[in-house]
Design a protein. Structure first.
Length: 262
């Protein structure tokens, strides 16, 4: 009796990872205005937004739109050059709307809006040190100007980040020892440090940490973002291009300055 050969090798390998998908938080349900705003973004930065994947978040509205209105918005965004691929998870109404539209729900895109304290990192395991007999209370540490996403060691990437490549530092800072090429993307839940030219995209505070920052030695970025707030190259002052730059978020506004500035 001959044994039947069994093929246990999968035809496709499935991995779940970080992806750079734009999140459109709808605050006013004006389909024509939303489509026009998207068209303007695509025209200003076609390499970033043309045929770019977009998740639609209706969490900023008092109620979820009906199916016809949601379809009109999806069609408008597609005509503007974007590709709506999912809805951001919200209520049971959002789930029913997603089913009616035939779109998936993605939960992670609501995280930064739902946080009550986005600036606070996960408590460090420093309290686990051996406790002596005395019960001396440790002094409260002042919040630093740059906050890591957690107490985990930062991620270090030594090679050039090439076009089409994406590097993600989960719950920590990211340090790139060389540079980030055009069309490449670096993402960190903490801060991003680039010891070379930044020609692609850099996203810090990816899970909503508004204290994260971006530093680079030579600024030519296609896009920089902190906690979802972004600027594209066309929005950057010409005098900062090619300079050593830091990027930070303050009062909901993204700021850029030369590192040697006072």
């Amino acid at each position: 009796m001959s044994a039947v050969a069994m093929d246990y090798e999968p035809a496709g390998e499935l991995k779940i990872g970080q992806v750079g998908i734009a999140n459109l938080r709808v605050r006013t349900l004006d389909v024509a205005k939303l489509a026009e705003e998207m068209r303007s973004r695509v025209q200003r930065a076609p390499n970033l937004f043309h045929r770019g994947a977009v998740v639609i978040d209706f969490g900023g509205l008092a109620q979820v739109p009906d199916v016809a209105t949601a379809r009109a918005l999806i069609d408008g965004l597609r005509e503007a050059g974007a590709l709506p691929v999912a809805l951001a998870y919200g209520s049971s109404d959002t789930q029913r709307l997603a089913e009616a539209l035939g779109l998936p729900l993605l939960a992670k895109f609501r995280a930064q809006y739902e946080r009550t304290d986005t600036a606070a990192p996960t408590p460090a395991p420093a309290q686990a040190e051996p406790a002596p007999a005395r019960k001396e209370k440790a002094p409260a540490a002042a919040a630093p100007a740059v906050t890591s996403a957690s107490a985990s060691p930062g991620m270090i990437h030594a090679a050039l980040v090439r076009s089409g490549q994406q590097i993600y530092a989960d719950q920590r800072d990211l340090t790139v020892l060389t540079g980030v090429g055009a069309g490449a993307e670096v993402i960190a839940d903490g801060s991003v440090h680039i010891y070379g030219p930044l020609r692609g995209r850099a996203l810090a505070g990816a899970q909503g940490n508004e204290q994260a920052r971006i530093f680079c030695r030579e600024f030519h970025a296609e896009l920089v973002a902190i906690a979802g707030h972004y600027k594209v190259l066309e929005d950057i002052p010409a005098e900062l291009r090619g300079k050593a730059v830091q990027v930070w978020l303050q009062d909901g506004q993204l700021h850029l300055a030369a590192l040697d500035a006072p």
